[in-house]
Design a protein around this ligand. Structure first.
Ligand code: PXP
Length: 243
């Protein structure tokens, strides 16, 4: 069965909008695990714009499934990961101004640097995945630098607007996944996956072992939870007004 890693960065994004203590990503992780998540994914960004250092320390203690830390290859973050020891680290590119991780990591262009980061993490028994575009040269480079897994960037598939483009992107992902398998790499995938497109991907790419999904799940949580949240506040106001 394919593992579902729930990315809870957006819970922290809402908290940071007010610099307060709610909503709490640690509580969100516990709810996600109770609902069947096979892992919790968070991105500790260099600018700490959502998840922060205390979050990852608390999550390391509280997550019972698998903690997957998305991270850049910056020395400061690598040091934190070595101390934290998540079950898996996923190396991603990072740019200050981006809205979300925009493309895969260019492993082929930076093999030496990335290899040394992979070694540093593996020394601490952390499984290493690298988020890449579904391209042969990036997959071969991920193998060369010693990654255990690749995470295929599914953004182009998710953004495809015609059936023809969807098919083209699924073929691309499928070819990339079989090539990675041939090389002995595990295959994860993520970015832009929704309640509408995930089934198509899973059917087309049977090599996938893990999906990491964030935005769509947190968006849906707001919609399915808002009714209860409003009712509870109305009940408080009504009971106070009576008294
Ligand atoms: N995988 C990686 C490597 C990511 O950077 C992200 C976004 O943080 C995701 C998966 C989840 O993407 P989305 O929020 O679009 O589901």
């Amino acid at each position: 069965m394919i593992r579902l890693g729930v990315n809870i960065d957006h819970v922290a994004t809402v908290r940071q909008a007010r610099h307060t203590i709610e909503p709490d990503p640690v509580q969100a992780a516990a709810i996600a695990e109770k609902a069947g998540a096979d892992g919790i994914t968070v991105h500790l960004r260099e600018d700490r714009r959502h998840i922060n250092d205390l979050d990852v320390r608390l999550l390391r203690k509280s997550v019972h499934t698998r903690l997957n830390l998305e991270m850049s290859v910056a020395a400061e973050i690598v040091d934190i990961a070595r101390k934290l020891r998540p079950d898996q680290a996923t190396l991603v590119p990072e740019r200050r101004q981006e809205i979300t991780t925009e493309g895969g990591l260019n492993v082929a262009g930076k093999e030496k640097k990335i290899k040394s980061v992979v070694e540093c993490l593996k020394e601490k028994n952390i499984l290493v995945s690298i988020f890449i575009e579904p391209e042969e040269k990036q997959i071969a480079a991920a193998k060369n630098v010693g990654a255990d897994y690749i995470e295929l960037h599914t953004g182009a598939f998710a953004n495809a607007l015609s059936l023809k483009l969807v098919e083209k992107q699924l073929n691309r992902l499928s070819r990339a996944a079989s090539y990675a398998k041939e090389l002995g790499l595990g295959v994860n995938a993520g970015h832009g996956l929704t309640y509408l497109n995930t089934k198509l991907l899973v059917e087309a790419v049977p090599e996938i072992e893990e999906l990491n999904i964030g935005h769509s799940i947190i968006s849906r949580a707001i919609m399915v939870g808002l009714h209860q949240a409003v009712s509870e506040m109305k009940a408080i106001i009504a009971s106070a007004a009576k008294g």
